[in-house]
Design a protein around this ligand. Structure first.
Ligand SMILES: [Zn+2]
Ligand SMILES: [Zn+2]
Length: 261
């Protein structure tokens, strides 16, 4: 390993990101999912505690007309656990005001169309134009704040991991049995890798883990036969949920849809 890389690893391992990575590598399944989930919960927790009236946060939430479904559910659960909903009411009140205002704007287009005879909707083309005008007002311009936080965290920790891949301690934890990147975060890891050695390493480890999972899953199915039921292990039983997590990521983490067209 050249000296710069060694220095970089030492630097990362002195910092907080290593603590996060190490903790997540001691949990189960995809460690990037674990880190992302924790960071999003912390982010929304901060907003609910301290920034429910912050103008910048309001602007952000207004620009995206609220949050995506995943992050809406997360913030809802957090608020139910911590308080009575006042922070949510304060945070989203201005978004409601915007909804009422823009629906007024949408009505105005219709009103003009009705009164100006020439703008009356007579053809499919008129209708399409009318809908386009409505969409221009209704479709948000901003991205969900939770998704932005998620993407930032995913990108940061993916790059930190790519810098750590030669570190013995990282490898030992990453290669341990209970850890496996979900498909979405695995693709991202490969996409961000800077050289072929790193790619080979991550593919190799992933392949081993999938082979092991395949074995456990086949054992789980086989041991449903009453003759082998007593042989069933906890690992066998955990295989189907591990496979689902591999394909679809952890709960509360958005799976990116990588589609080849
Ligand atoms: Zn993941
Ligand atoms: Zn989101």
């Amino acid at each position: 390993m050249n000296q710069d890389k060694e220095e970089e690893i030492k630097r990362i391992k002195r910092g907080l990101s290593w603590v996060e990575i190490k903790n997540a590598l001691q949990a189960e399944g995809c460690f990037i999912c674990t880190i992302v989930k924790k960071s999003v919960i912390k982010y929304f927790g901060n907003i609910l505690h301290e920034y429910a009236l912050d103008a910048d946060v309001h602007r952000k939430v207004i620009s995206s007309s609220g949050l995506c479904n995943t992050h809406t559910q997360i913030i809802m659960e957090l608020e139910k656990k911590r308080s009575d909903g006042l922070s949510i009411a304060s945070l989203f009140e201005t978004s409601l005001h915007k909804e009422i205002r823009i629906l007024g704007e949408v009505e105005d287009i219709k009103y003009k169309k009705r009164t100006n005879d020439i703008a009356g909707i007579k053809s499919k083309n008129d209708l399409r134009n009318y809908k386009n005008q409505i969409n221009e007002i209704l479709i948000p311009t901003g991205k969900c704040a939770g998704c932005e936080q998620e993407e930032f965290t995913e990108s940061f920790y993916t790059h930190e991991s790519l810098r750590l891949w030669k570190d013995r301690e990282f490898r030992k934890l990453y290669e341990s049995e209970k850890i496996m990147l979900c498909r979405s975060h695995f693709i991202n890891m490969i996409s961000e890798a800077e050289n072929i050695e790193v790619i080979s390493y991550f593919i190799g480890v992933q392949k081993n883990k999938l082979d092991k999972l395949n074995f456990l899953l086949s054992e789980f199915i086989r041991k449903h036969d009453y003759r082998y039921q007593k042989e069933m292990t906890d690992e066998d039983v955990g295989s189907w949920s591990a496979l689902l997590e591999y394909l679809g990521s952890k709960k509360d983490v958005r799976r990116k849809d990588y589609i080849n067209n």
